[in-house]
Design a protein. Structure first.
Length: 129
């Protein structure tokens, strides 16, 4: 995994650190977020979001079969669920059934853009293409 340059040196992150001791020291601080206890603490929020998701799907299908974009709805669920976990509020993706203020479109574009930057930095580096 490449590291972007910062002030003339690679900007190290969890996936690019090769020093085992340094990696362990950083992981120690981040690892507590991924313990079983920490994940179980999130379960009620995820359950609430699942109830909202299920309720919206039931509402959409209450009069019989309909065509639903099932690549969109899980995406809406993920954004609202993560908002609730991190900010204790929903952004309204599930409620509206749409990409609120273009957040999903922007996130997808950022991923595409950063991917292109990473590729170009890799190709421009002495070890790249």
């Amino acid at each position: 995994m490449s590291s972007p340059p910062y002030e003339g040196k690679p900007l190290l992150h969890m996936f690019s650190i090769r020093d085992v001791d340094y990696h362990a020291s950083i992981k120690k601080h981040i690892g507590v977020l991924y313990t079983k206890a920490a994940i179980l603490d999130l379960e009620p929020k995820i359950d609430d979001c699942l109830r909202l998701f299920r309720g919206k799907i039931e509402e959409k299908t209450q009069n019989g079969p309909v065509v639903l974009n099932m690549s969109l709805w899980p995406h809406l669920f993920a954004f609202d669920c993560l908002a609730d976990i991190n900010l204790s509020t929903y952004f309204g993706f599930l409620e509206s059934g749409s990409d609120v203020q273009g957040f999903i479109k922007s996130a997808d574009q950022i991923l595409a853009d950063t991917g292109m930057v990473a590729i170009s930095l890799t190709l421009a580096s002495p070890l790249g293409g």
